[in-house]
Design a protein. Structure first.
Length: 270
């Protein structure tokens, strides 16, 4: 019993075997997957919805990633407001700030981030946060948490810190604003001690797991294409850190997922 709370199932890396990949996930005990709907930016914002419509156990998000913030137009915001009403859209994201690659100017990233916070609040959807600071600084985290406190926290909808890599101090501030914290395959990497240190401290009822497929394949699959069935390796690492079994982490994070999104706890099927 596992949930992959963050996967990019529409990406070209899965074009040759997408149906088989999804079947493997189900066979491995992954009972729900969240198909992230940021795609390649404007023009592909319904990519997660298309998959959610096809598979009962897949849910979807919508959102413009900070990489594509410079491409966002009023028409895109209007489209997302419409897409947010689709029945299997459960969150807005991934959205946030990325000062590592700076594919979009930082002021534009912030403007598009705040606009999407406003839209998500109107749609009454929680958010999925991407935050990556520039090398050896915490600049994006400071800006992201400040904007969340100003423009999001008062609404009480919360969200998910996806693929958390920040300092534990950042995680604590997000927890205070009602966020869940999700860990991906990089928690298994040899040099990821900071991530593991944070993973030990997240309250068990605020913990989620994900793959961020097709990226960040966990050990022992590192260097290969990632896929949702590998989320069990994330659970295994968290279990080792917390002194629990893989099954206990799977059950707890699955329960957390359904509770946070107010979804029925059932055994979905293809």
């Amino acid at each position: 019993m596992f949930v992959d709370s963050h996967a990019h199932l529409e990406m070209e890396q899965f074009d040759s075997d997408r149906e088989q990949m999804i079947a493997r996930a189900h066979e491995a005990g992954i009972e729900s997957i969240v198909a992230i709907g940021s795609g390649t930016g404007p023009g592909s914002l319904d990519c997660g919805i298309k998959l959610a419509q096809k598979y009962e156990f897949i849910y979807a998000t919508i959102g413009i990633h900070p990489h594509e913030a410079k491409l966002a137009t009023d028409a895109d915001f209007d489209e997302m407001a419409r897409l947010a009403k689709r029945p299997k859209v459960i969150a807005w994201g991934e959205i946030g700030l990325d000062y590592f690659y700076d594919h979009s100017p930082r002021d534009v990233q912030q403007q598009v981030f705040v606009k999407q916070l406003e839209l998500a609040r109107e749609a009454k959807l929680p958010i999925v946060i991407h935050c990556r600071p520039s090398d050896k600084t915490e600049d994006a985290w400071e800006d992201c948490l400040r904007l969340l406190k100003e423009h999001w926290a008062p609404g009480g909808l919360g969200g998910i810190l996806h693929c958390f890599t920040g300092l534990w101090a950042h995680g604590e501030r997000a927890l205070e604003m009602g966020f869940m914290i999700s860990f991906a395959g990089n928690v298994t990497f040899p040099k990821a001690q900071q991530i593991r240190d944070s993973a030990k401290q997240v309250p068990l009822d605020r913990l989620l797991i994900e793959t961020d497929s097709p990226f960040l394949a966990p050990v022992p699959h590192r260097g290969k294409r990632n896929e949702p069935s590998f989320v069990t390796e994330v659970a295994r690492q968290l279990a080792e850190l917390r002194g629990l079994s893989t099954e206990e982490i799977g059950a707890q994070t699955t329960k957390n997922f359904y509770r946070f999104f107010s979804l029925p706890e059932n055994r979905n099927s293809i």
